[in-house]
Design a protein around this ligand. Structure first.
Ligand SMILES: C[S@@+](CC[C@H](N)C(=O)[O-])C[C@H]1O[C@@H](n2cnc3c(N)ncnc32)[C@H](O)[C@@H]1O
Length: 405
């Protein structure tokens, strides 16, 4: 039987998630009902959802969808939520001994808050099971066997079983050194996916901080599941429906696609020796130190390392000048990025950059005969940002500009 699933991700990268899910054998559709950060799919068996949650690098969570419906934004919306949650036959998913809790993500304007949704939904589960089986199901807010999610976005409500758990999948568990402005690993992986990079091509992050982008690229090249370093930390492990599953054995099978012998061309540099030492530590933890070269380097000096045209891809998260450092220095780092890229990139080379200030790049891009091929509007923490895929203009693009057509 096909089960509907909902994957949550970072707003703006839904199309990239669909590509990755397809590569993992799941047909998916982005933004059903036009909702940002939601990707829908189907799996034949719940265990397949567990596998995809373990392997995917671009999702936050995967939910097995049990009910969905429309809810009002007024106080009466809580009655709608109660009815939707109560419509599910919870005895199929919760044995009498199993504990549960409800977690909520709410976005949009409502006359109720997330704790109201959690309380109402928990009561609906308890009432339904009491009517059907006569036991009062136990709640455990800290270590539940089953974590239910009731997510409300605008007037849409989705009820499901969370297969990932309290810590979403951007927590990879290899980060020993925390850079103060580190990019979320889900966004870093999405940038590498958006680039279409292949391990034999030279990938450079010249402002790499704690190394997230380069490390994610190495793990993608080696096809290492995102959950590899957090095997114990998955909500699906305690679900009663998997009571007879041996997750040590299953995860061992899910890991067999990984090829630790792949050697990728990866280079990360940063002006700060402290960040480079941190990046090295993170790469060692992620078991990819052997395939990455790190160097303390000002981006202006990158052409001293890479001869003209020798780099196929720059993937980078320059400073935004918001959390630390000055705006003037951040702007200068953006300028240097484009100038240096023009020197080191091959004719078919690309820059994939995440920035809070696309306008700083857009002024320079046409001057140096680059053009923006793709644009994803995302959130970097709580800051609006754009991921831009920038390529050199083709000769026909250049000549059509000269001739004004
Ligand atoms: C937003 S952080 C990158 C964070 C990184 N993506 C991570 O996940 O840890 C920007 C980095 O650019 C570096 N940086 C700033 N100006 C630079 C320059 N001129 N040359 C090289 N690195 C520079 C900073 O030291 C900082 O680590």
């Amino acid at each position: 039987m096909a089960h509907k699933v909902l994957f949550t991700t970072s707003r703006g990268i839904e199309d990239i998630v669909v590509q990755e899910l397809r590569s993992l054998g799941v047909e998916a559709k982005p933004r059903l009902f036009g909702l940002d950060g939601w990707v829908w799919g189907f799996v034949d068996e719940p265990i397949n959802l567990a596998r995809v949650c373990y392997q995917s690098r671009t999702i936050y969570r995967g939910l097995l969808v049990l009910a969905e419906g429309e809810v009002r934004r007024t106080q009466e919306g809580l009655d709608d939520i109660y009815q939707i949650v109560k419509s599910v036959d919870w005895t199929e998913w919760l044995t009498p001994e199993a504990t549960f809790c409800v977690r909520t993500t709410r976005s949009g304007r409502h006359q109720y808050q997330s704790p109201d949704i959690e309380r109402t939904s928990g009561q609906a589960v308890i009432d339904r099971i009491m009517e059907q089986r006569g036991n009062r199901q136990k709640v455990n807010l800290t270590y539940p066997d089953v974590m239910l999610r009731v997510d409300v976005t605008g007037e849409k409500c989705v009820v499901g079983i969370d297969f990932v758990g309290e810590e979403a999948m951007h927590r990879r568990a290899y980060r020993a050194y925390d850079h103060p402005a580190a990019i979320n690993a889900v966004l870093a992986a999405a940038m590498v996916w958006a680039s279409g990079w292949k391990p034999e091509e030279q990938l450079v992050d010249p402002m790499c901080g704690g190394g997230t982008i380069v490390i994610e690229a190495a793990l993608i090249a080696r096809k290492v599941p995102a959950g590899f370093f957090r095997k114990e930390n998955f909500a699906f492990r305690s679900l009663p429906c998997f009571a007879n599953s041996d997750f040590e054995e299953l995860m061992f099978q899910w890991d067999t696609g990984a090829d630790w012998s792949v050697s990728a061309k990866l280079f990360g540099s940063d002006v700060s020796p402290k960040h480079i030492a941190g990046a090295q530590l993170n790469a060692e933890r992620a078991l990819v130190a052997d395939t990455i070269n790190w160097q303390v380097l000002d981006i202006a000096d990158l052409p001293q390392i890479f001869p003209k045209g020798s780099v196929q891809l720059i993937v980078v998260n320059p400073p935004f000048g918001v959390r630390s450092g000055s705006v003037a220095r951040a702007k200068e780092a953006h300028r240097l990025l484009i100038q240096v890229a023009d020197e080191v990139l091959s004719e078919d080379g690309k820059i994939v950059v995440i920035t809070h200030h696309p306008e700083w790049l857009e002024i320079l891009i046409p001057v140096l005969d680059f053009s923006v091929k793709q644009r994803y509007s995302v959130l970097h923490g709580d800051l609006p940002a754009e991921i831009l895929v920038i390529c050199r203009k083709t000769s026909s693009e250049q000549s059509s500009e000269v001739h004004g057509s």
